[in-house]
Ligand binder design. Structure first.
Ligand code: AMP
Ligand code: MG
Length: 420
């Protein structure tokens, strides 16, 4: 009897789950070392320090309205049928830097944001006056503090205004700038190198010859990286050649917080990525129980232990893998709260029957009509036409083989497709 070929006993399980693969990734990646940045560059980053306001906000007591600075006591009886008339001694525009004092029985015409004159304690809005420039007739009473913004009422100098861990959006950036903080320590946005592999690839904009295809993966992943707030460096297609791949990766490691490759990780004869990297760093190649996207590799490379994601070459597989594995890892690296699995799914309802093979988590490309999901055309992992029509990935759990019309499903919105 012929001896059966035996695989070594140490081999890992034939197939691992999506959760297992993601878990290994999230246990491996680390938050990127914080870095001081100008406030504008810090947008979308997470603060790595508590920030203290250098100055108060407002920095000086000023008017909240266009109107007249007054002593409230002078206009306590003003009414439409009994106007109080006061002389207008000067105008105060926003930006006025001259210290002024207002004597009782007088007024000053004041603009929104202009410093209140010393002595004045209220602003009468222009709408409650006749708008006079020499004398003003005031037809509404006022109380102390009315339409006045007090120095420090918003933010007191020396207090912590933003805590470490805060995600910086436009509002936070504005606060930092206004409070006199021009530079802050943040977790920088991940710099991610995208390398596509394959002898068949031609650069975007070139006409492919027979047997060739445009390297769409590298532009797709660059767009996906931009959408999650990472900085992408796109490296053109690298041929299926061990030396070329190693040279490229070695050259790119210095500027990368992470590297994404596509192609060359399945069972083909020229699957160079897997062949070459299987023996390097902590790289590990697995079959993950998902469709599309079964062949996955992940590990750390180089002296700096740079995380490397080797995604399958089929475009849909690569984009699904990005959503499921790369995006959560980048979130963690950027210092965001730890991502959870399952992620925050969008609930929807199947508008038609979906079939799914048992044992694999299926990511169907669907069009959403409100919350009703239907298939976005063909589900082949090479089908960019259907991918481009889709709004979301319907996530069908491994054990489910059929979803019927009306059944509730969960969807992962596709990056950049959340809009109307
Ligand atoms: P591979 O994983 O290298 O076996 O590639 C699987 C399929 O994806 C093949 O049909 C490739 O031609 C295609 N493919 C690989 N890389 C890219 C790329 N950068 N852009 C578009 N399609 C690709
Ligand atoms: Mg290939």
């Amino acid at each position: 009897m012929a001896r059966r070929l035996q695989r070594p006993a140490s081999i890992r399980p034939a197939v691992i789950s999506v959760e297992q693969h993601l878990d290994r990734i999230l246990r491996t990646v680390q938050v990127i070392r914080p870095f001081e940045q100008g406030v504008l560059d810090a947008q979308g980053c997470v603060l790595a320090e508590d920030v203290t306001a250098r100055g108060s906000l407002p920095g000086f007591t000023n008017s909240a309205m266009d109107g007249y600075a007054v002593h409230a006591a002078d206009v306590a009886t003003a009414a439409p049928e009994a106007p109080v008339v006061l002389p207008v001694v000067t105008d105060i525009a926003a930006g006025n830097a001259k210290p002024l004092s207002l004597a009782p029985g007088q007024s000053m015409r004041i603009m929104t944001g202009a410093p209140m004159p010393r002595g004045a304690d209220a602003v009468v809005p222009v709408e409650a006056t006749d708008g006079g420039v020499v004398r003003v007739a005031i037809t509404a009473r006022s109380v102390v503090g009315q339409h006045v913004r007090e120095e420090g009422e918003d933010v007191e100098a020396g207090t912590v205004v933003l805590r470490r861990g805060t995600l910086l959006g436009p509002g936070q950036i504005a606060l930092l700038a206004a409070a006199g903080v021009a530079r802050v320590r943040v977790v920088p946005r991940p710099r991610v190198v995208v390398v596509s592999t394959g002898d068949e690839l031609v650069e975007v904009g070139r006409t492919p010859g027979f047997g060739q295809i445009v390297d769409s993966n590298s532009v797709m992943l660059t767009a996906a990286l931009t959408a999650v707030g990472a900085t992408a460096f796109r490296v053109g297609g690298v041929p299926d050649d061990a030396r070329a791949l190693l040279d490229t990766l070695e050259g790119q490691l210095v500027r990368a917080d992470a590297i994404i490759t596509t192609g060359g990780v399945s069972m083909g004869a020229y699957d160079t990525v897997k062949e070459v990297l299987s023996r390097v760093g902590t790289m590990q190649f697995d079959k993950v129980a998902m469709r599309p996207g079964m062949p996955q590799g992940f590990g750390l490379l180089g002296e700096e232990s740079v995380p490397v994601f080797t995604l399958p070459g089929n475009p849909v597989s690569a984009l699904v893998s990005f959503h499921v594995f790369v995006a959560p890892a980048l979130r963690m690296m950027a210092g965001r709260p730890e991502p959870s699995w399952p992620p925050g799914y969008l609930p929807a309802v199947a508008a038609e029957t979906f079939r799914s093979i048992p044992g694999k988590m299926e990511f169907l490309r669907v069009v959403l009509d409100d919350d009703r999901a239907r298939l976005a055309g063909g589900q082949g992992s090479h089908m960019l036409g259907a991918l481009a029509a889709a709004d979301a990935l319907a996530v069908i759990p491994a054990e489910v083989t059929e979803v019927r019309p009306g059944d509730p499903i969960e969807c992962l919105p596709l990056l950049g497709r959340e809009g109307p």
